[in-house]
Ligand binder design. Structure first.
Ligand SMILES: Nc1nc2c(c(=O)[nH]1)N[C@H]1C(S)=C(S)[C@@H](COP(=O)(O)O)O[C@H]1N2
Ligand SMILES: [Mo]
Length: 196
């Protein structure tokens, strides 16, 4: 059992949990990039630098979880994919058509990751396996699970939760969150949760 499941981390799946076969899985990287690719999980794992990063996923609904995420850093990924000057946003789409778009300037140098594992174990289906995004400084609804497409675009697209009134930039705001790791409510100051 993964750490996320052991901790009873909430499972959010607006489109329903997606059960994807990791062997057949493909990520489509498209739009305003020099190197558009369709990538299998093993291509992602062998053709890009692998890293582990310790950070938090924090939901606007009032909880936060810290874990060691295994995958590719966003910064290393875009170095190889090479977004064009005209690209301003990346639209993440799940295999169940959940969408969310993020400003490329908000992603650069912020510790965002393309994730296939947690604590050295494959990311479970409930938590977005085989591949998801983790963006520690933005509300969790930007961290798209069951990632099937990354589209680099010039024009913003309003995603699933954004259409329902949630912030387009999704910068984490000061307030209180339930820390899933320690099972305690704690104050947060805004931005990436680094206090605990
Ligand atoms: N495809 C998809 N990705 C998604 C969601 C979703 O419903 N579908 N929910 C988002 C929200 S609101 C949060 S807080 C996190 C929760 O991640 P978890 O379910 O792995 O805990 O996933 C985000 N990514
Ligand atoms: Mo969320």
């Amino acid at each position: 059992m993964s750490k996320l499941k052991e901790l009873k981390t909430p499972v959010f799946a607006a489109e329903g949990i997606q059960y994807l076969n990791p062997t057949d899985y493909r990520l489509k990287v498209t739009g305003l990039v020099d190197n558009p690719r369709t990538l299998s999980l093993s291509e992602l794992q062998t053709q890009f630098p692998n890293t582990t990063s310790n950070s938090r996923l924090t939901s606007v609904s009032g909880w936060s979880v810290r874990a060691n995420w295994n995958g590719i850093s966003w910064d290393a990924f875009v170095q190889l994919i090479k977004p064009k000057e005209t690209a301003r946003y990346v639209v993440f789409t799940s295999s169940g058509d959940y969408t969310t778009a993020v400003w490329l300037t908000d992603l650069a140098g912020m510790g965002a990751m393309i994730v296939w594992g947690v604590e050295g174990e494959p990311l479970e289906e409930e938590y977005g396996g085989p591949l998801r995004i983790i963006i520690p400084h933005l509300w969790g609804y930007k961290s798209c699970k069951w990632l099937s497409k990354m589209d680099f675009v010039a024009k913003y697209i309003t995603g699933y939760w954004e259409l329902r009134g949630y912030s387009h930039r999704a910068q984490i705001e000061p307030g209180e969150t339930f820390d899933v790791n320690t099972q305690k409510y704690r104050p947060i100051g805004g931005g990436e949760v680094t206090e605990f």
